[in-house]
Design a protein around this ligand. Structure first.
Ligand code: DON
Length: 311
């Protein structure tokens, strides 16, 4: 029984939208710099056929999912390569560093990024996705995302992908370091092509909430209960969302909200409410950790009103 209705979403979004004034739209990816800070949207996709998705704000607005794609790429790599292979190249520990940090790469011997949610770890994960070339690899990611969102039309935004590809100097540096240490293999340009396209996958909050609902349903389709990802893979992904999903704000977020969640620098956050459904919030003004200010405030309100913290 899900006692959440559209009016709750409308009220809470109205209550928190003012916080957009406290944030700043990302500008290190030039094509994202013109996002409007006052745009906002939220959707909740409940489990069970009998319930419909509910939403508030600009729920048809399309944004790129950026780092939220890291969770799906991780699920895919785990399905294709297995736990042992994946965790031989990336570790399971949170860092207190920003998502783009190079610092910790020198800490572990042999070199290994700390977790799959920071950029270094995500690049190592994407490097493990099957495919003869970058087009195949992007197609593999899109296939899984389309299944989870139940929408065949989902694709990536060429302009955003290209804009990041042309300016991803730090991500290139992470790749060169990791290649030197044998963490990644093959062409770095091809890897960046896949990675920037996966980050530029576009959708609206309703579709993103459905992806959250698959995780909330332990990897099964929220309407048909058919398995999309194995429950053990879903469990690993959700655990990373708790420990690393909000980057170096994950501890504070766990205390203040307490639901597995993943953010992206476009301003989107996907949350997983076990046995209830998936939630997605969008608001492009970010705090200094790279997380949506409106998104965080909204989820704080939701967790407080509904007692949805898992802790
Ligand atoms: O690699 C990057 O920097 C971006 N494509 C994604 C970073 C991101 O979304 C971090 N999220 N808060």
């Amino acid at each position: 029984m899900i006692n959440l209705d559209r009016n709750d979403l409308v009220d809470w979004l109205e209550h928190v939208k003012i916080y957009a004034n406290n944030g700043k739209v990302v500008d290190y990816i030039p094509a994202l710099a013109n996002q409007q800070p006052e745009t906002n949207a939220v959707a909740f996709y409940p489990l069970g056929k009998e319930n419909d998705v509910i939403h508030a704000g600009q729920a048809d607005y399309y944004f790129t999912i950026q780092s939220i794609s890291k969770v799906i790429a991780l699920a895919l790599a785990l399905i294709q390569q297995g736990e042992q292979a994946v965790f031989s190249r990336v570790d399971k520990e949170p860092t207190s560093d920003p998502f783009y940090s190079v610092a910790k790469l020198e800490v572990e011997k042999p070199a290994k990024p700390f977790n799959p949610m920071i950029n270094a770890g995500a690049l190592a994960v994407t490097n493990m996705i099957r495919g003869r070339n970058s087009t195949d690899m992007v197609e593999e990611i899109l296939t899984l995302i389309r299944l989870m969102a139940n929408d065949e039309s989902i694709t990536f935004d060429h302009e955003v992908a290209q804009s990041e590809y042309e300016t991803a100097f730090l991500n290139r540096a992470l790749c060169y370091f990791m290649k030197q240490h044998g963490v990644i293999t093959g062409s770095i340009e091809e890897l960046l092509d896949v990675y920037t396209k996966q980050c530029a996958i576009q959708m609206n909050v309703k579709q993103l909430a459905r992806i959250g609902a698959v995780f909330a349903n332990d990897g099964k389709d929220p309407d048909t209960n058919e398995e999309i990802i194995p429950d053990q893979v879903a469990r690993i992904c959700k655990t990373f969302m708790v420990t690393c999903g909000m980057y170096n704000e994950s501890g504070t977020f766990a205390i203040n909200v307490g639901i597995p969640a993943k953010s992206g620098v476009s301003g989107a956050i996907m949350g997983v409410i076990k046995e209830s459904g998936g939630i997605a919030v969008f608001g492009p003004a970010l705090n200094d950790k790279g997380n949506s200010v409106v998104g965080i405030r909204f989820l704080e309100k939701l967790a407080e009103e509904k007692h949805w913290s898992i802790f």
